[in-house]
Write a protein that binds this ligand. Structure first.
Ligand code: ADP
Ligand code: MG
Ligand code: ZN
Length: 562
């Protein structure tokens, strides 16, 4: 029998004995073995994937102590209680303890009575603590929620930068293990660099959670939707995320008046209020938690049946982290994002409010646009998500997301697309969505008239639609890669090679339009909703004339976007 097989058997035995689980999950096995071989290891696994066991089992098998760096004091107690209940020697040290209690735990560690010690990253900056740790035999430092070390992530914590110097200060370098659910290249690079991982083994597993049905709903009356949905699912645990405290409070009040057992969570509440609220949710005293993104990091509640986003989050990482709190038990669950164009304004405002350098700002805007693209895509949402995170996957539809279950037929949008693209071309690719939409609408708006766009031959070619509809279509075209928005606060529409193909008549645009309404998408799918047959749209004579001209111009150009 090879050493590896023996190690694995022993690990499996411990898993069975302590946790009562018959086998490791995908990914866990590799991470456990990598650590036991003594490698620095980076484990990237979705929320609920089972990262804790990846360092807890090695902790039982390695000599000495495993120090766990964990960001939330509120969760340490739960985690440690769970471990001690299973008979594993574990403790935590944090600011909720008295000096006497801290000393007791340090002494226990000295006597070799602890396998796992949980601390917050701030603790690593404390001199006496560092000295104490230097006297112990530490085999492994496990960094949980390791993306907190990166400013590219969504929960940057300065004190995570103290991990690497702390590790270096130890007389003997332990194995460093880092865990997160955030998988983007920038964050991965930062974790390796800032935690100073040495030749790390990196394992990325399964962001795709087949039990999650992803939906994006545009054009909803959001408040009404939330109330109706929560009422219809009042027997199931759910989380509703809103961007502001004001919205949290408002939704919370409404849900309560509607007789739905709900709680709330945001940074404006006291620690006690938040802890009470969290506990009520964990123990099912309340069904619905209305919260800002302050709620949830590391929370292990497995039976959350739905996560509704009242607002679009700032980027895909944040979205997946939050939405991923649904269905950790593997049962079918819903992740619903309620999108409105106002959400984009809010996020831009927040980016502008945040003092930071130009690069970072540009990055925030880029990520925001990727989030918006997700909201407007008509592709399978799961595929879109996996593509974003660069995870390889079969090229097939999930069958359960709001794109896959959209029963409205595809309509031929080619003519609308051509009108839009020629307008952008005529306006020399120097304007943003709302201006282009106003021109196509034929708006009498002063700004439009002032630029003399009324003399433009594409002016008013889409007068049969509202400006909002036109903006929607443009956004879909951006999301589908026909158009690009330049970076920055006032993005400008640029034509992409795909748009050139459409203008040249080499490609047809098939879409489901306009925005679906919630009743159509969720639940009453059979109802014949309002349908708009766009292929019947009045075709403006001038557009053909336009197209002929543009095609001729394009023929002389190498490629369209400059
Ligand atoms: P993460 O930190 O990745 O979000 P956790 O470590 O909190 O996830 O684990 C999520 C849940 O999955 C926990 O309830 C845990 O007990 C369970 N779990 C982990 N590994 C296994 C396994 N091999 N078999 C069954 N359940 C597991
Ligand atoms: Mg965790
Ligand atoms: Zn799908």
């Amino acid at each position: 029998m090879s050493v590896e097989t023996m190690t694995l058997e022993r690990a499996q035995q411990l898993l069975q004995t302590y946790y009562g689980y018959p086998d490791f999950r995908d990914g866990q096995k590799k991470i456990v073995l990598s650590l036991l071989e003594g490698n620095d290891t980076l484990g990237i696994m979705p929320t609920g994937g089972g990262k804790s066991i990846c360092y807890q089992i090695p902790a039982l098998m390695l000599p000495g102590l495993t120090l766990v760096v964990s960001p939330l004091i509120s969760l340490m107690k739960d985690q440690v209680d769970a471990l001690t209940a299973m008979g594993i020697q574990a403790a935590y040290i944090n600011s909720t303890l008295s000096g006497k209690e801290v000393n007791e735990r340090i002494r226990a560690a000295r006597r070799g009575e602890l396998k796992l010690l949980y601390v917050a990253p701030e603790r690593l900056e404390v001199d006496w603590f560092r000295d104490e740790m230097g006297n112990l035999s530490i085999s492994c430092v496990a960094v949980d929620e390791a993306h907190c070390v990166s400013q590219w992530g969504h929960d940057f914590r300065t004190s995570y930068l103290a991990v690497a110097p702390f590790v270096q200060s130890l007389p003997q370098r332990p194995i460093v293990a880092a865990f997160t659910a955030t998988a983007t290249p920038e964050v991965t690079e930062d974790m390796v660099r800032l935690l100073r991982l040495e030749e790390p083994e990196v394992f990325v597993t399964g962001l795709s959670r087949d039990n999650l049905a992803m939906s994006v709903l545009r054009g909803e009356n959001k408040r009404e939707f939330v109330l109706k949905y929560a009422a219809a699912h009042s027997h199931q645990p759910g989380i509703i995320y809103a961007a502001t405290r004001k919205d949290v409070d408002d939704l919370y009040e409404r849900l309560r008046s509607a007789g739905i057992a709900s709680g709330r969570y945001h940074a404006g509440m006291t620690d006690e209020e938040r802890a009470a609220s969290q506990e009520a949710f964990l123990y099912d005293d309340i069904r619905v938690m209305v919260a800002t993104n302050a709620f949830g990091m590391g929370i292990d509640k497995s039976n959350v049946r739905y996560v509704i986003h009242f607002n679009m989050p700032k980027n895909m990482e944040a979205y997946i982290q939050e939405a991923g709190r649904a269905g950790r038990d593997g049962e079918p669950s819903q992740c619903i994002l309620l999108f409105s164009a106002q959400d984009i304004m809010t996020q831009k405002f927040l980016i502008e409010q945040n003092p930071q350098d130009g690069d970072r700002k540009a990055n925030d805007y880029r990520k925001l646009q990727q989030m918006v693209d997700y909201c407007y895509t008509t592709r399978c949402l799961r595929s879109a998500m996996l593509d974003y995170f660069g995870e390889e996957h079969e090229d097939k539809s999930c069958g359960i997301c709001s794109s896959c279950t959209d029963e409205r037929e595809l309509t031929d949008m080619t003519i609308d697309a051509q009108k839009i693209f020629s307008c952008i071309h005529r306006m020399r690719e120097r304007f943003g969505i709302s201006m282009v939409a106003s021109v196509l609408k034929g708006s009498r708006n002063k700004k439009v008239l002032q630029y003399r766009f009324d003399g433009l031959s594409t002016y008013g070619t889409m007068a049969d639609r509202t400006e909002k509809e036109i903006s929607e279509i443009i956004n879909v075209m951006v999301s589908e890669g026909y158009l690009m928005l330049s970076e920055g606060q006032y993005p400008v529409l640029k034509l992409q090679p795909l748009a050139a193909e459409v203008l040249k008549g080499q490609r047809r645009v098939m879409q489901r339009m306009p925005a679906k309404s919630a009743e159509e998408t969720i639940g009453a799918r059979s109802r014949s909703g309002r349908k708009h047959d766009y292929s019947q749209s009045a075709v403006n004579e001038t557009i053909f004339e336009q197209l002929r001209l543009i095609r001729r111009e394009l023929a002389g150009r190498e490629h369209v976007p400059s």
